[in-house]
Design a protein around this ligand. Structure first.
Ligand SMILES: [Zn+2]
Length: 202
């Protein structure tokens, strides 16, 4: 086991030698970085690879270690751990979610705003199986209030995903052609959100 400094924090990592052409990175359940790399890769090369992925690692580690790192009387709100305001409940997360959605719509790129129904409305619900949904018939977008716990990048990606459905109902080429220019990292963000969600107690 070695350690590497990421943002000033020593993070343990292990290297698994395999006849891969490239190096691969994953996080173990205890937050240790596991690198699978060709035996020819030097330690310097492996550490450079880890550093290139530092942001991703830190986010994923936060997700994995979150349960343990949330002390009593604290809540997560938009990616920050803060003292729980008196009487804080899921209703407050829903209010935060709705406020964020209404505000985000005002700053959308004009090309996307143009495709939205005039009577667009938002709902917030705590959902177990989806992060957002778009009702084309009723012009209502429902956002999962769990998102108000996480960094805004996740909320914004899901919101834009749902809004694009007004122009592209399915997840075909046109859909991703509209989504990826606005959220180039969408697939990675969505994957990390899954990890985050699995580690969240709601
Ligand atoms: Zn969709």
């Amino acid at each position: 086991m070695e350690t590497i400094l990421l943002g000033g924090e020593p993070i343990p990592y292990v290297v698994i030698k395999k006849q891969n052409k490239n190096a691969y990175l994953r996080l173990k359940p205890d937050g240790t970085i596991a690198i699978t790399a060709n035996p020819a890769f030097s330690q310097a090369r492996i550490e450079a690879f880890i550093l290139r992925n530092a942001d991703r690692i830190r986010r994923a580690r936060r997700a994995i270690l979150q349960k343990e790192s949330l002390p009593a009387g604290m809540i997560r709100l938009w990616g920050k751990t803060i003292p729980a305001p008196a009487g804080w409940s899921e209703a407050d997360y829903k209010r935060e979610t709705l406020a964020a959605a209404s505000k985000a719509v005002e700053t959308l790129p004009p090309a996307l705003r143009k495709t939205l129904p005039k009577d667009l409305s938002f709902r917030a619900r705590l959902m177990r199986t989806r992060f957002g949904s778009c009702a084309l018939a009723t012009h209502a977008v429902t956002m999962n209030s769990v998102l108000a716990r996480y960094d805004r990048v996740f909320f914004d990606a899901i919101l834009i995903h749902e809004l694009i459905h007004f122009a592209h109902p399915d997840h075909g080429k046109g859909f991703y052609g509209a989504l990826l220019p606005l959220v180039p990292d969408y697939r990675r963000i969505r994957k990390e959100l899954g990890v985050l969600f699995r580690s969240t107690e709601v």
